[in-house]
Design a protein around this ligand. Structure first.
Ligand SMILES: [Zn+2]
Length: 474
């Protein structure tokens, strides 16, 4: 990290109108301004700049200036006091299934296939409908925003209902049609689910929050042809494409037996290993796979807590991937397999898992892990020009973390504190696109009590359905 004690580096970017501000009222649509001042600004630029007592100027939906302690502030701008807080880029969750929050804790401590095939898939087949998806996604969006996540990547059903929930909550999200090789809650066949895919992508083109993208569930559930078709929709729209890859030890053998190719070779054969393709998990990627992924430019979403909970017997080869130049982000996976969406917890786990797995205490240092949750995550989604750091010109997705508690004191190294100490509940303020969506720890955009009430209602239905499905199976 680099601390910059003076304003000699001229981090403050001159803005038209700032020098004489105070009564500024430019004729054309004045963008709202906010100065976040007095905190420790963890910029996450390439140099690793940290500004003690610094400030971030927000203008409209963008970051318009950075100031160190000594730099003169523009006058007359509403100020948010960040004293005692870390000011960080919004966290990026690169893999999950948001609406599955309604299934959180329904079935745990089971092997992956038993968990999926005997519990999650039957419950989903009976229950997942637009309403379920909308309320489940809202519930997760609240949890994510309140714990500092400003962008998440979703793979689920009924994408218009996911979109509606995320936009209402005010969170940035990668959302879109998802193909799977058996009848899904929203469509009977992959072909049906792709019939409207181009229209979906068009509908959200240039949306300020929603990043439209497509997904195929996995090659063990979805044949290669619909996977290719889903990828090609993403390719036509220069959009992210997601797929689960080699999450289980025997997965590649099963896929090779079915289609004559291993996962990464199959994806390579359809051109899908390009930047903006999100390979979720990648736990059992071989060195040869990693060379191919690096050559293609795809990214990996590492989900350490989900992998550990579902009994993976190795850690994903994150350091090998990073050394090969593959962007690796962090993901929580769905809240039914984690069981929370707190990216601070995920960072802590990632940093420790790789030290444990390798016996090397220098593996995945805190700064690297924090990059996985920010700048590297942005690269995984091919959104690095817009999000992931507090660089001037990027979207104003900003999180303020309170440090004035015993467990956060003293504070020597912000990255250590952020990865090993901070919890989602330490987040006080969150901006997405320059809009305050969490203030003093409370969501400002939607009624959290109402959403929780709805979620409890769904849980009552889910209990009944699962009891009936299990009784019928006997
Ligand atoms: Zn997943």
């Amino acid at each position: 990290m680099t601390s910059i004690p003076t304003h000699s580096l001229l981090l403050a970017v001159p803005l038209a109108g700032v020098a004489c501000s105070g009564s500024e009222a430019p004729a054309a649509q004045p963008a709202e301004r906010l100065l976040i001042d007095g905190g420790t600004v963890v910029v996450m630029d390439d140099a690793g700049t940290i500004l003690e007592g610094g400030a971030v100027l927000v203008e409209g939906d963008r970051i318009a200036g950075l100031f160190d302690r000594a730099a003169p502030r523009p006058a007359g701008i509403p100020t948010l006091d960040a004293t005692g807080q870390l000011v960080i880029p919004g966290l990026i969750n690169t893999h999950g299934h948001a609406a599955m929050s309604l299934l959180r804790g329904l079935a745990d401590d089971l092997p992956l296939m038993e968990w999926l095939e005997q519990n999650i898939f039957p419950a989903e087949a009976e229950l997942v409908a637009p309403d379920f998806v909308y309320w489940g996604t809202l519930l997760s969006s609240i949890e994510m925003l309140k714990s500092g996540t400003t962008t998440f990547t979703d793979m689920y059903y009924f994408p218009d209902d996911v979109a509606r929930a995320t936009i209402e909550a005010g969170i940035r999200a990668v959302v879109g049609p998802n193909v799977i090789g058996f009848p899904a809650p929203d469509f009977e066949t992959p072909e049906e689910s792709l019939a409207e895919a181009d229209a979906f992508m068009e509908r959200y083109r240039d949306h300020p929050l929603l990043i439209a993208g497509t997904a195929a569930h996995a090659l063990y559930t979805t044949p290669l042809e619909p996977t290719r078709a889903a990828f090609e929709v993403a390719e036509r729209h220069n959009a992210p494409f997601q797929i689960h890859v080699v999450e289980a030890r025997d997965e590649d053998e099963r896929i090779e037996a079915a289609i004559g190719m291993r996962t990464i070779d199959a994806l390579d054969s359809i051109g899908a290993l390009r930047p903006g393709t999100v390979l979720a998990h990648g736990t059992y990627l071989s060195d040869e796979d990693i060379r191919k992924v690096a050559a293609g430019g795809a990214g990996v979403a590492h989900n350490p807590e989900s992998n550990m909970k579902l009994g993976g017997d190795r850690a994903a080869p994150v350091e090998v991937l990073l050394a090969a130049g593959v962007p690796v982000g962090l993901g929580t996976d769905g809240p039914a397999s984690n069981n929370d969406l707190d990216m601070f917890g995920e960072m802590d786990t990632a940093a420790k898992l790789h030290k444990f797995a390798t016996g090397d205490p220098t593996a995945l240092p805190a700064e690297t892990v924090f990059r996985m949750a920010t700048t590297y995550g942005a690269r995984v989604l091919n959104q690095q020009d817009h999000i992931g750091s507090l660089d001037v010109g990027k979207k104003a997705d900003i999180v303020l973390v309170e440090t004035r508690r015993a467990g956060m004191t003293p504070l020597y190294r912000p990255y250590s504190q952020l990865v090993y100490v901070t919890r989602g509940s330490d987040v006080r303020t969150v901006l997405v696109n320059g809009r305050i969506v969490v203030r003093d720890g409370e969501i400002t955009t939607v009624n959290e009590d109402e959403v929780m009430e709805k979620a409890r209602g769904f849980a009552d239905q889910i209990r009944e359905v699962v009891a009936r499905v299990k009784a019928q199976a006997k």
